[in-house]
Design a protein around this ligand. Sequence first.
Ligand code: F6P
Length: 361
Amino acid sequence: MSEIRRIAVNTGGGDAPGLNAVIRAIVLTAEQYGWEVHGVLNSYDGLFAEDGVVRLDRRAVAGITHLGGTILGTTNKGNPSRWPVRAEDGSVTYEDRTQQVVDEFARREIDAVIAIGGDGSLGIAQQLAEKGLQVVGVPKTIDNDLAATNLTFGFTTAVETATDAIGKLHSTAEAHERVMVVELMGRTTGWISLYAGVAGTADVILIPEIPYDMESICRKIEARYTNGPKFAIVVVAEGAYAKGSEPLFKQTAGGQKRLGGMARLVSDEIHERTGRETRELVLGHLQRGGGPNAYDRLLALRFGTAAARLVAAGQFGTMVALDLSQVLAVPLEDAVAKTKVVPLDSDVVETAQSLGICLGD
Ligand code: F6P
């Protein structure tokens, strides 16, 4: 094992509450080992930009544990294995720059890298590890969809934000006897929607893991107007879809394809079928905003310090992971091998069913 003198850290993909806590934990632990820490700005982009790599010491990370966002900046577009190169005529081609990234770290005499990211960023980290970079991953995403860890930091804060929003919808829904449909993030998984929906006492929760049947949703809503309080709260994951159909994408101004539009679709369909007054909202990036809750702060600090300890132990090509209540190391390739979806036999699904919440099936 080569001696470590200097390490780098970066944050990639969508931001999640807790990123700054991980950075601080890495820096403080690294200082105990006597290492220098450098932060690469905006995922790997900073490696090729002037002033794109900054020195991080305990002063640089003071007072950031509770802050949202990331002091290093991030991007979910900077994939070095598909680097966009724009020609003079405006056309774009893509080239694999992973070797250049590895070489650039070597040129800067960086002995190891701690990459904080979701499946995309950790997939890149895995490719860099295969090219010889000494790398340790830290799992981040509000979606909680990474395999090989029970939890990613940022998830419980997003669930809290969403639960709070669902809670607030109750009073306005009740006052107007309306059906309120709220769309939550989560990409192709329903973790945020299921957890926030159950905690926020929604009446209907639609997740990608259970393609829904509109008949069953409308039956549930009608039963509420007939027997119970004359309003309903429907939570729909952005990646949910009806039986026999497919996830809905919206075309954005930048020409990107992004999941979205489910709240509108479900709301309109409920109105057409039941005649009830409906309103929809998309909670969107509020779910990623703000500082981490206490649980995510602690998890982020545990992950960050553990990642630095893995570097010290020479356990490269791994990711820190939460296994029940313990933080341990798992191979990076296991973490990015598949998406972690909500298991249909999970007790949270059962909890929803026992509470009489309609899951659209
Ligand atoms: O992966 C986190 C996430 O917030 C997803 O839940 C969502 O689909 C996506 O990122 C949104 O990405 P962007 O920030 O590019 O809009």
